[in-house]
Design a binder for this molecule. Structure first.
Ligand SMILES: [Zn+2]
Length: 435
């Protein structure tokens, strides 16, 4: 028996397909000839790379089998060929298989793929060194995610997602998932599931909107809690279901602190500094401010879909000390901006210099010009010193996130803070079934 890690990435497009669905079909074939040592791993990678597939999801299956690696690779490649979006010109599927324990260079690549941009050439180099066998369709890009999914073994914090799929006859049709039953499921499981609904807009989030095979997906802290959805959520047209172990909701991409001057396009990063230009609202309701650290300055942006989160950005003042979490965007002008995914107000300005009051006349003294002090226009009294006046702030120091509908798949929701897992027990329960 050999231990295998099989990674698949970049098979879908905005219109069609889903890498996890191909994973589910592969599970159906492999489950008869192998023993799974892990739940299928659903790995989300750096969400800021512009050529990513829809959700930037890669899948890794880990199992022992007597079948040789080339046989499994061929089988997986056939399935990808059958189910990938062939009309789309962008996807470049990659299928990779590694035998034995995952070497450190593959782990390192997996970790870096969460926040950085990795070239196909770098992935090829690692694949050769780690003796990974692979198939590439129409380009090398899919190898990056396939390899990175193998390298992300989810040894520490992780979550689970139950995904219910619909048959091909229903792809592109409206999904029939009962709204009320989703609200009920959310209420019943709320301390152990996340992002089922968006309260701000009373919107169900478990159903995607594209024509893909996914009927719905629920995310939570254990296999048993997400599987409750099978009995609690009412839906029509289910074909099969699968429970994945995942880095979704763990914040795994926001692990690198950087100086502003070090930021490169499409990286995810954490930066810390002071607000250096007051926020303004762009057409389309995007809010832009600037922040500065010892190395440089960058615009930070709260985009329209982030809803109420933009109000936090809008209410920032010059001098506020903040820590920003997000991704680097490259504008057409060549300028970089920082797309906010989380904002921590470390020390906001609560006092500002103001004109002093004349002790004799009880009137506000007038400024004599910048740095020249103040004078009372009535009695002529002069003073050098401004007074500090309390500034009315709507904000308080603390952490702020966009509402669930605008979160990245990787964003860690507030309810998961303090609930992070330090390890995985290695127990693989039932994770696959047909309706
Ligand atoms: Zn006076």
């Amino acid at each position: 028996m050999a231990l295998y890690h099989l990674g698949i990435d970049d098979t879908d497009s905005l219109k069609r397909g889903c890498t996890t669905y191909i994973g589910a079909l592969l599970v159906e074939r492999l489950i008869k000839i192998s023993k799974f040592v892990d739940y299928p791993n659903l790995i989300r990678l750096n969400p800021n790379v512009p050529w990513k597939s829809r959700g930037n999801a890669a899948i890794c299956l880990r199992f022992t089998s007597d079948t040789d690696a080339m046989g499994i690779l061929g089988n997986a490649t056939d399935l990808v060929e059958e189910y990938r979006d062939k009309k789309d010109s962008k996807n470049q599927p990659g299928i990779a298989i590694l035998e034995g324990q995952v070497p450190q260079i593959v782990r390192d690549l997996g970790r870096r793929a969460l926040w950085d941009v990795i070239t196909p050439a770098e992935a090829l180099d690692v694949a050769l060194k780690a003796n990974v066998k692979y198939e590439l369709i129409r380009g090398g890009r899919g190898l990056v995610g396939a390899l990175a999914s193998i390298g992300n073994a989810l040894e520490r914090d992780h979550t689970f997602e139950l995904i219910a799929y619909r048959g091909s006859a229903l792809w592109g049709k409206k999904r029939e998932v009962d709204h009320e039953s989703v609200l009920m499921f959310d209420r019943d499981t709320t301390s152990h599931t996340f992002n089922n609904i968006d309260v701000e807009e009373d919107r169900v989030l478990i159903t995607p909107h594209g024509p893909d095979p996914i009927l719905f997906g629920v995310r939570g802290d254990s296999p048993s809690v997400v599987m409750e959805a099978l009995s609690k959520i009412k839906f029509v047209g289910g074909e099969r279901w699968m429970v994945c172990r995942s880095n979704q909701g763990t914040g795994a991409h926001l692990i690198r602190s950087a100086l502003i001057a070090e930021l490169k396009p499409y990286q995810a990063a954490i930066i810390e500094g002071t607000i250096s230009r007051v926020p303004y609202v762009l057409k389309g309701s995007h809010v832009i401010a600037s922040m500065r650290d010892s190395s440089g300055e960058i615009d930070i942006a709260g985009y329209e879909p982030s809803g109420s989160f933009r109000n936090i950005v809008r209410d920032l003042l010059l001098g506020d000390k903040v820590r920003a979490f997000g991704g680097v965007r490259l504008l057409e002008s060549g300028k970089l901006t920082f797309n906010l995914e989380r904002l921590e107000l470390l020390n906001i300005v609560t006092e500002a210099p103001a004109n002093p009051i004349c002790p004799n006349c009880k009137k506000s003294m007038k400024s004599e010009g910048k740095g020249k002090g103040y004078q009372c226009k009535k009695c002529g009294l002069k003073t050098e010193l401004a007074v500090l006046k309390k500034v009315d702030r709507k904000l308080i120091n603390g952490a702020y996130l966009p509402p669930p509908r605008a979160m990245r798949h990787l964003t860690k929701p507030f309810k998961r803070y303090g609930a992070e897992k330090r390890s995985w027990d290695g127990v693989v329960g039932t994770f696959y079934g047909v309706f």
